[in-house]
Write a protein of this length. Structure first.
Length: 171
């Protein structure tokens, strides 16, 4: 079985409760939908999976990577798949679905906390509040772009890896 490529980052600081990381630029395929993580994740995942499994203008298959990113705003959430690092924007096929968009991200410095098990809206809110508290207690300033990162397929029951990440101000 092929190893799933994981989005690369470098740990800049490790404190038992959290990490500060540097992510290099990447390309994301994203879908924005109304709702919370729990209410939109299945439909958004299906749209993105269809894109990488060949529902695109070139009928090209693209390998799945980890993690899946989910950014939550007041009324909408955005799910994103990181494209494999071998691709440049011009190498990727145009999505057939108008719901799928491609974008490049820049270098970012983030803070993150990890947790296991299956995620839901309540757990994501609790872990987001936990990360906010950790950063506030240490005087670390952040943007308000908290995201959930999920690393495992839904059929993996044990040793699940999830994270909450946020971009730090000044990065």
């Amino acid at each position: 079985m092929a190893q799933t490529e994981k989005q690369h980052y470098k740990v800049l600081h490790l404190d038992g409760a959290f990490e500060i990381r540097r992510y290099e630029p990447s390309i994301m395929a994203s879908v924005e939908m109304p709702g919370t993580y729990s209410s939109m994740s299945s439909a958004a995942f299906r749209e993105l999976a269809a894109y990488i499994f060949g529902r695109n203008r070139e009928k090209m298959k693209i390998a799945m990577t980890a993690p899946v990113h989910v950014a939550m705003a007041d009324a909408t959430s955005t799910m994103s798949f990181v494209m494999p690092s071998a691709y440049r924007m011009e190498d990727l096929p145009e999505p057939k679905s108008e719901k799928v968009s491609l974008r490049e991200t820049g270098t970012s410095i983030t803070a993150s906390i990890s947790f296991g098990g299956y995620a839901n809206d309540k757990i994501i809110q609790r872990k987001t509040a936990e990360l906010k508290g950790i950063l506030r207690a240490r005087g670390i300033h952040n943007k308000d772009d908290f995201r959930f990162l999920g690393y495992n397929p839904p059929y993996q029951f044990f040793k699940r890896r999830n994270e909450i990440v946020v971009t730090l101000i000044g990065s």
